[in-house]
Design a protein around this ligand. Structure first.
Ligand code: ZN
Length: 250
């Protein structure tokens, strides 16, 4: 299924020869699971709203009702989604000892659901939400019961507004996850980028770290990325097809 002729085999060869392989995933790996990439215009939930305006920490603090009216249906939509063959392929690589970790921009938990064990979520996760006043943490299945009549999730201890543990626009990225991702990128002999346009920081900086440290970069995603010229392998097909072909080639 590769567009570059024999490149899946080349990728398999690189993985077999690498002592440390790290995957880097973005929205494109979850599109086959029915989760739209919000950067693609005109896709369902995002159609009539600018996420950069609503999913902003200032909006949350000023008007949590507005934030939640936008985010609550998204929560419900995401919690039902299931991992696809690309998530499964990365979990399989890890279980075969061929993949050290997954660094992801995604907040959808699908790597965990697929069975990946070491997952670094640089934009946070919907798995938990926290009260901004007292810090109490709630798992996803408990959040729905917290909504008040106005549609704001309220802490059952102190009444403070509860926010998903995802990085909103205007918020700092989680330092520990960012440090871990950078350390993994520096150590990687192979950085396998899947479903990311590699344009959004911090992940946009990780391939440079790998290359500077002497590692190789492979890219499996539709559409161009800033690193296409530096990649040892560049696959442009469907992420599920490409990674399933990769498993067969290993
Ligand atoms: Zn609280």
């Amino acid at each position: 299924m590769s567009s570059g002729g024999g490149t899946v085999e080349r990728l398999a060869e690189l993985i077999r020869g690498s002592h440390c392989t790290v995957a880097l995933t973005g929205a494109g790996i979850s599109v086959p699971s029915g989760i739209p990439d919000f950067r693609s215009p005109g896709t369902g939930l995002w159609e009539n709203v600018d996420p950069m305006e609503v999913a902003h920490i200032d909006v949350f603090r000023r008007d949590p009702r507005r934030f939640w009216s936008y985010y609550r249906p998204r929560f419900g939509m995401l919690s039902d989604k299931q991992p696809n063959g690309a998530h499964a392929a990365l979990a399989e690589l890890e279980s075969r000892g061929m993949l050290d970790a997954v660094v992801t921009q995604n907040i959808d938990r699908l790597h965990h659901k697929a069975g990946s064990r070491r997952v670094i979520e640089v934009h946070g996760t919907i798995e938990t939400s926290s009260c901004l006043d007292c810090g109490k943490s709630y798992t996803l299945d408990r959040v729905e019961a917290l909504f008040d009549a106005e549609g704001v999730a309220r802490c059952d201890d102190c009444g403070g507004a509860v926010k998903p543990d995802v990085v909103l626009f205007g918020e700092l990225l989680p330092a520990q996850a960012i440090d871990e991702a950078a350390a993994l990128a520096a150590r990687a002999e192979l950085l396998l980028c899947v479903g990311s346009s590699l344009e959004v920081y911090p992940v946009a900086g990780l391939p440079s770290i790998t290359c500077s440290a002497g590692g190789r970069v492979a890219i499996v995603t539709k559409g161009p990325t800033p690193y296409d010229g530096q990649a040892d392998v560049r696959l442009d097909g469907d992420v599920v097809d490409e990674l399933q072909s990769l498993l067969e080639a290993l």
